[in-house]
Write a protein that binds this ligand. Structure first.
Ligand SMILES: Nc1nc2c(c(=O)[nH]1)N[C@H]1C(S)=C(S)[C@@H](COP(=O)(O)O)O[C@H]1N2
Ligand SMILES: [Mo]
Length: 336
C-alpha cells in the first residue's frame, strides 16, 4: 500500500545499483523526489553513501546483524523535504525525562542504560509476554522510512527512521476482539532520568501514549529502532520508540517498556496535563490552532539567523491520502 501507490510526495521503490544510488544521493540530499531506492541493498553500498557523515558508534548485535537485510526505502519525503542533518535531529529534542531544554536530552540521555531492555506486552492479547528487542523484531526485516516529524510546538524535521511496522508485532501477539486501543509506556527510572526526579515536573510519570487500534495497525505506524542508518541514539528514544508521522510529535513515544492492548481509550501524557490544549488524537491540522499559537505554519529545522525557514503545515502532516479515511465522519475540531 505504501510504496505501490506512487504519489507525488513519495520517493518510489526500485532496485538500483550502487552506482545509481551514488548518483541519486546528490539529488536526494537536494530534496528531489523520485529517487530510486535500494531494496535490500548491502549496507556498504547504500547506507555508507547515504549517511557517511554519521559516526556509527557501537552497534548491538540485534541491530548490526539486520543491516545487510534492511529494506532501504525512502517514503513520503516531498519536493522540499530535505533530510534534517543528523546533528540537528540529535541535538534538538523533546524528551522531558531528561529535562525541558532542547539540549537536555542530548546532554543527559547517555545516562540511560538500554541493555538489557525488555518490553512487556499484555492486556487483550492471546499471546502476552516479555520480549527483548531482538524477539520484538522477530523475523521482521528492518525498513527505512523517511518521514516528516511535526512537533505541536510548530517546528519540524525530516528524519530517516529504521524500524518495523507496529502492525507486524501486534499481529504476532494476537489481539482479542476486546482490544480497541493500544497503550504505550516509557521507562520509569528516576535514577537515570533527571526529569523524573524533578519536583517541578509537569508530567505524571511514566510518560504514556495511546492509539486507536486502526491507527496502530496502519502501515505508516512504525516501531523504530534506528535512524540515519544507525541504532537510535538515546536522546531519540533508544532502543525502541513509536513514530506516527501524521500526528504531533508527542504521540511518538520514546524508550518503550510496555505495550498494552486495552478496551478503553487510555489517559495520555499531554491531555492529562491540559485537556483544552492537547487532545488524544493530535492529528496534525493547520486549521485547528493551539489555544496559545497558530498551527498553520511550522519552522523547518535547521533554521538560521538569516532564515526562519517557515513553511505551511499540511493536513495530517501531508499523509492525508493514506490516513484521512480513518477519521471519516469525525469532527476534527472536537476530536483534536
Ligand atoms: N517518553 C517520551 N517520549 C516523547 C517525548 C517525551 O518527552 N518523553 N517527547 C515527544 C515530543 S513532544 C516530540 S516532538 C518527539 C521528539 O522526537 P525527537 O526528539 O526524536 O525528534 O518525541 C516525543 N516522544
Ligand atoms: Mo513535540
Amino acid at each position: 500500500m505504501l510504496i505501490k501507490t506512487r504519489k507525488p510526495h513519495y520517493i518510489g521503490e526500485n532496485e538500483v545499483t550502487s552506482e545509481s544510488v551514488y548518483h541519486a544521493r546528490r539529488h536526494f540530499m537536494a530534496g528531489v523526489a523520485g529517487l530510486g531506492m535500494a531494496a535490500a541493498l548491502p549496507r556498504s553500498a547504500w547506507a555508507a553513501s547515504q549517511y557517511d557523515e554519521v559516526e556509527q558508534g557501537t552497534r548491538p548485535e540485534w541491530f548490526a546483524s539486520r543491516l545487510d537485510k534492511t529494506k532501504w526505502k525512502a517514503v513520503t519525503a516531498g519536493e522540499n523535504d530535505k533530510l534534517t542533518p543528523f546533528n540537528d535531529a540529535t541535538h534538538y529534542n523533546n524528551f522531558f525525562e531528561f529535562g525541558t531544554g532542547k539540549d537536555d536530552p542530548y546532554k543527559h540521555a547517555s545516562e540511560m542504560t538500554t541493555e538489557p531492555w525488555t518490553i512487556e506486552i499484555d492486556g487483550e492479547v492471546a499471546k502476552p509476554g516479555t520480549l527483548d528487542v531482538n524477539q520484538l523484531l522477530g523475523e521482521q526485516q528492518l525498513e527505512e522510512r523517511i518521514y516528516r516529524l511535526r512537533c505541536v510546538e510548530a517546528w519540524s524535521m525530516v528524519i530517516p527512521w529504521m524500524g518495523v511496522p507496529l502492525s507486524a508485532l501486534l499481529k504476532r501477539v494476537e489481539p482479542t476482539s476486546d482490544a480497541k486501543y493500544v497503550r504505550f509506556q516509557t521507562l520509569m527510572r528516576p535514577e537515570e532520568m533527571p526529569g523524573q526526579r524533578s519536583r517541578f515536573g509537569l508530567i505524571n510519570w511514566p510518560y504514556q501514549e495511546g492509539l486507536r487500534m486502526d491507527e496502530a495497525m496502519h502501515p505508516l505506524t512504525l516501531l523504530s529502532v534506528g535512524m540515519y542508518g544507525r541504532v537510535l541514539p538515546n536522546q531519540n528514544g533508544a532502543p525502541v520508540r513509536l513514530v506516527v508521522p501524521w500526528k504531533y510529535g508527542f504521540k511518538s513515544i520514546k524508550s518503550i517498556v510496555r505495550i498494552s492492548l486495552v478496551k478503553e481509550q487510555p489517559p495520555t501524557a499531554w491531555p492529562t496535563i491540559n485537556a483544552n490544549e492537547y487532545g488524544f488524537y493530535s492529528n496534525v491540522n493547520p486549521d485547528v490552532n493551539h489555544p496559545r499559537w497558530s498551527q498553520a505554519r511550522e519552522r523547518r529545522l535547521p533554521n538560521s539567523l538569516f532564515s526562519t525557514n517557515m513553511i505551511d503545515t499540511q493536513m495530517f502532516n501531508g499523509y492525508g491520502d493514506e490516513v484521512a479515511s480513518l477519521y471519516k465522519g469525525m469532527d476534527l475540531r472536537k476530536y483534536f
